[in-house]
Design a protein around this ligand. Structure first.
Ligand code: ADP
Length: 602
């Protein structure tokens, strides 16, 4: 039995046995807290793991509460009818959740959109309930006939539901798809440029989390026997966020501990000291945000881990702990394996008569009155390394952005392998074969090297929702980059701990995992040592020659450009000044003026 399964069995045993020591009052309070904790777990998945700050989970809980309450008050009596109402509540919540996601997660939406939309949702929900008169019970609440179950039975039902939801959530967040959620939280733009349809994933996630919150609400009203608008209002929505933050977001256990602790202690102390208690919760929240920004559970967990490590060190000396962290290249090689796909091949492999891998026709880009690109024409074929040089502000990065994002240009046409990119989002350009490496390394700091590669590869090999694949299959160019950059020894290292050079190499391996035909590199050697530059240079040359990639490269280091480019394009004030073979352009007057004289045409 795996360790996770053992924990579930132990918690089940604890749940079954705990009524022996807990009084009825405690069971009642805990049952309520368990239902709330289910909603808090959905907040954690959305906010803690995926970075979607939502105040609206209360509204979905409320949809569950009121759908079942109205059904039982007016329309159904049987158990089957109740079950159908619960199912209906989940479907309704999923639809509303999907609509909220659709409104909030369009491609260029700011993260603040979802906070605003989910803030409005509980307000709208409350208004609907309050204006429903006797039908919804308005502000007095709607009492309903409920099943005759004992407090202990409710305790088991609520605890069982919480355990079930937490276990499924644990499996999900630990899976390959769970890693993508964290990648979205860390750097959604990078995910899009890795070809991932992040908006679709977030809308789906929102719909499922909404349905689960509605399930919790519909069970809760059967337990509580009265539907009240406060179960769907803004205050409850904010409380769910506060409990999650207090316990520790992005941990699953944090929101459960936070919700149960605050609700239990509230019930015990709140009766005697109602206002002082609320003040205390507010104070604790502020202190936690300031001093324990990751919440109580991670802080306690971190302290315990440090204590255990210190104890082991004291007992055994430093050798053992050092040994654990030692790299095992052979084992690492077994985890990063060749994808077995055919090499990138094309009809036009550098052949002059074939379709260019990328072609720009009269491409212009304006920011208001600022003309950044002015009627740029450019063609590049597979097997070419085109160095794009020019002074700062010439429009080089903008040029790459226009190729990688079909919505960027103001006018003109861009074709990738003969197919127009007009209007295509970055993830759709990836499908045409375009990969972009950013100027500063863009990796997912919270993920390990292996997980970063797995997330990148999930564009080609779809990610499992239920398990973590132990290996990652990479195409030969990405594998080669991982090998020569020494990343094999760092597979389990969080990307945040890598050196600048290793991060650059990791991002290069990530974009190569997409099996692109056009590779856009923005200063890939910035901040690298001489040896690292040489290694990157040989990888790029190999990619162009053996794998027939078309590489467009922005680089300030003219020696590096000379070493690896087959062609040079000089950009100045958004125009192509010169475009020609390396030998001609590298020695030209224009290059000398720009690099020695400080800018052409000045
Ligand atoms: P380069 O990469 O050659 O240094 P860039 O493409 O980054 O040049 O920028 C070209 C010009 O476009 C600069 O003057 C820059 O200030 C301007 N620019 C770039 N991005 C934006 C933006 N989002 N809004 C307004 N101006 C921009």
């Amino acid at each position: 039995m795996g360790s996770a399964a053992r924990v579930v069995v132990a918690l089940l045993a604890l749940l079954a046995a705990s009524p022996l020591v807990l009084g009825e009052y405690a069971q009642q309070i805990l049952s309520q807290a368990f239902f709330f904790a289910v909603a808090a777990v959905t907040v954690d998945i959305l906010w803690g793991y995926t970075g979607i700050l939502t105040f609206g989970q209360s509204a979905f809980f409320g949809i569950g509460v009121y759908t079942v309450a109205i059904a039982l008050a007016y329309y159904v009596q049987s158990e089957l009818g109740t079950a159908a109402a619960m199912l209906g509540a989940m479907v309704a919540a999923a639809l509303v959740g999907a609509a909220v996601g659709w409104l909030s997660f369009f491609d260029e939406a700011s993260p603040i959109y979802v906070a605003i939309v989910t803030l409005a949702l509980p307000v709208v929900f409350t208004q609907v309930i309050l204006s429903g008169g006797a039908y919804t019970g308005s502000s007095s609440g709607l009492p309903i006939p409920v099943p005759a179950l004992s407090i202990m039975q409710w305790y088991w039902i609520s605890g069982g539901l919480l355990l079930l939801v937490s276990a499924v959530a644990y499996v999900f967040v630990s899976s390959d798809t769970g890693r993508i959620l964290v990648a979205i939280r860390e750097n959604e733009e990078r995910c899009r440029y890795l070809g991932l349809r992040t908006s679709r994933l977030k809308i789906g996630l929102m719909a499922v989390c909404s349905a689960v919150a509605a399930l919790a609400g519909s069970c809760y009203v059967l337990f509580g026997s009265v539907a009240a608008h406060s179960y769907g209002d803004f205050v409850f929505g904010t409380e769910l966020v506060v409990w999650t933050a207090l316990g520790g977001r992005g941990t699953l256990i944090g929101p459960v501990v936070g919700t149960v602790a605050v609700n239990y202690v509230s019930a015990v102390l709140g009766g005697n000291l109602p206002f002082v208690w609320l003040l205390f919760v507010g104070f604790a929240f502020v202190l936690t945000v300031v001093y324990l920004p990751h919440g109580v559970v991670p802080a306690v967990g971190g302290a315990l881990a440090r204590l255990t490590r210190a104890t082991v060190l004291r007992r055994t000396g430093p050798g053992v702990v050092g040994g654990v962290a030692e790299a095992r290249p052979a084992a690492a090689l077994a985890r990063v394996v060749p994808s077995g796909r055919p090499r990138v091949e094309g009809a036009a492999t550098g052949d002059e008569s074939g379709t260019p891998a990328v072609e720009l026709r009269n491409v212009s880009k304006r920011y208001g009155s600022l003309q950044v690109l002015d009627a740029v024409n450019l063609r590049a074929r597979r097997g070419e390394v085109v160095g794009i040089v020019g002074p700062n502000g010439a429009g080089k990065t903008t040029l790459l952005r226009c190729i990688a994002d079909g919505r960027e240009r103001s006018s003109g046409e861009i074709l990738v392998d003969g197919r127009p990119t007009a209007g295509l989002a970055p993830q759709e350009c990836v499908a045409l074969g375009v990969s972009r490496k950013f100027q500063t390394p863009n990796v997912f700091d919270a993920l390990s090297v292996l997980d970063c590669l797995r997330v990148a590869r999930s564009y080609r090999a779809s990610a499992s929702r239920w398990r973590r694949t132990p290996t990652v299959e990479l195409p030969e160019p990405a594998l080669h980059t991982v090998r020569v950059s020494g990343l094999l020894a760092l597979l389990d290292e969080p990307a945040a701990h890598l050196s600048h050079g290793s991060k650059q190499a990791l991002e290069l391996a990530m974009v190569l995992a997409l099996e692109p035909t056009v590779l856009l590199l923005d200063e890939p050697t910035a901040g690298l040592t001489r040896e690292e530059r040489a290694a990157v240079g040989s990888v790029l040359t190999e990619l162009a020659h053996s794998h027939r990639l078309c590489i467009l490269l922005i680089e300030h280091d003219l020696d590096f450009v000379r070493d690896i480019s087959t062609r040079l394009v000089v950009l100045h004030m958004g125009r192509v000044l010169v475009d020609g073979p390396l030998a001609e352009v590298a020695e030209s007057e224009v290059i000398r003026t720009i690099y020695v004289g400080g800018g052409a045409g000045r």
